[in-house]
Design a protein around this ligand. Structure first.
Ligand code: ZN
Length: 349
């Protein structure tokens, strides 16, 4: 016979009293309460016993819904083994009391989370970004622009004729991407300085400072190519989606992309941080390279404006102007990126 010492609670109120649970050798249980009452509880192997977790008390649920709580874990384990119920929950305790197993499990969980973050989330973000309708992209782009116009940009000070001239220069090139209905925008970049960015709705924005930095309009065409690359690869949306894992997961599982409109709050911040990943910058550079050569423009023009941007940053006095640049705050180091374009043939101009 085994006797467990513990507390009894009826399950109907919070009152508890001391009690003993006796299990005879045949596995029949009888409960003895402090107030002298006793009751049969049937066979031990018919009772539910909570799993062993460290030294937390075990609760043995009795058939009438009341419970008996004991700290005598070892005796409970002996009983469970003896009466054929040992399998069930014991792995939990075994896992917990075996450190190497715990470490292994932790490593496995960490590896899974890392794999999700490294491959799963970006892959889901890519698929989701591709699935966003033009309508959603247009709304997100418009909303982002409105926020940026309130917070960061002011009206372009470029002469209207200059703006018109550039729009006409760009028109045949952007016409090759009819899905995006690309619109060219000019803004005074203020503290942002020389920069360009592509919004999800197909707006490609040049700051006045970027236009003024260019010594040849083909440099701006090169920048345009890079930005169309970001657009075609949907980098901004992928970045935004990657940053809101939960939203992605919900959209991915539910197929409900209406959640995407919440991303509007993330986009302006992301654009201002402009920390596109190295991979995204390389993709956009690749696109620009291809864009230029396909259009018979030397890739060197991209290198030239990049060089000038870099010189402005390293020699510049205003850190604020440098930190915002799409082209310079990113990896890989600008020189490495520039060299690819410089290795192309010299332009004849
Ligand atoms: Zn870029």
């Amino acid at each position: 016979m085994t006797e467990l010492v513990g507390d009894y609670h009826s399950g109907r109120d919070s009152a508890r009293q001391k009690a003993r649970l006796r299990i005879d050798d045949d596995g029949q249980c009888r409960l003895y309460l402090e107030d002298g009452a006793r009751r049969d509880c049937g066979a031990f192997d018919g009772l539910t016993v909570t799993p062993r977790l460290g030294n937390t008390p075990r609760i043995i649920e009795l058939p009438d819904g009341s419970g008996f709580e004991t700290r005598d874990n070892d005796a409970v384990d002996v009983l469970l083994r003896r009466h054929g119920r040992a399998r069930g929950h014991r792995w939990l305790h075994r896992l917990e009391s075996h450190l190497p197993l715990v470490i292994l499990a932790t490593v496995l969980v960490a590896a899974f989370v890392a794999a999700m973050a490294t491959w799963g989330i970006p892959a889901a973000a890519r698929v989701t970004a591709q699935a966003l309708s033009p309508e959603i992209n247009r709304k997100l782009g418009q909303g982002t622009l409105e926020i940026l116009d309130r917070s960061t940009f002011s009206e372009s000070e470029l002469p209207p004729e200059r703006q018109q001239q550039l729009r006409e220069l760009f028109a045949p090139y952007v016409a090759a991407y009819p899905d995006w209905q690309i619109r060219i925008l000019f803004r005074n970049g203020g503290d942002i300085g020389a920069n360009a960015m592509a919004l999800p709705g197909g707006q490609i924005l040049f700051t006045d400072q970027m236009v003024e930095l260019a010594e040849d309009d083909r440099e701006l065409l090169a920048v345009l190519g890079h930005e169309i690359g970001h657009l075609e690869h949907r980098h901004l949306m992928r970045r935004a989606l990657q940053n809101s894992m939960i939203t992605v997961i919900i959209m991915f599982i539910s197929g409900d992309v209406s959640q995407a409109s919440n991303l509007i709050y993330a986009l302006p911040t992301l654009l201002m941080e402009l920390a596109y990943s190295r991979d995204f910058e390389i993709e956009a550079d690749d696109f620009a390279y291809e864009f230029l050569t396909r259009n018979g423009i030397s890739p060197v023009w991209f290198a030239r404006i990049m060089r000038r941007l870099e010189a402005q940053v390293s020699g510049g006095t205003d850190d604020g102007a440098a930190s915002g640049s799409d082209f310079l705050s990113t990896h890989p180091p600008t020189l490495e990126r520039i060299r690819r374009f410089e290795e192309a043939a010299e332009p004849e101009s």
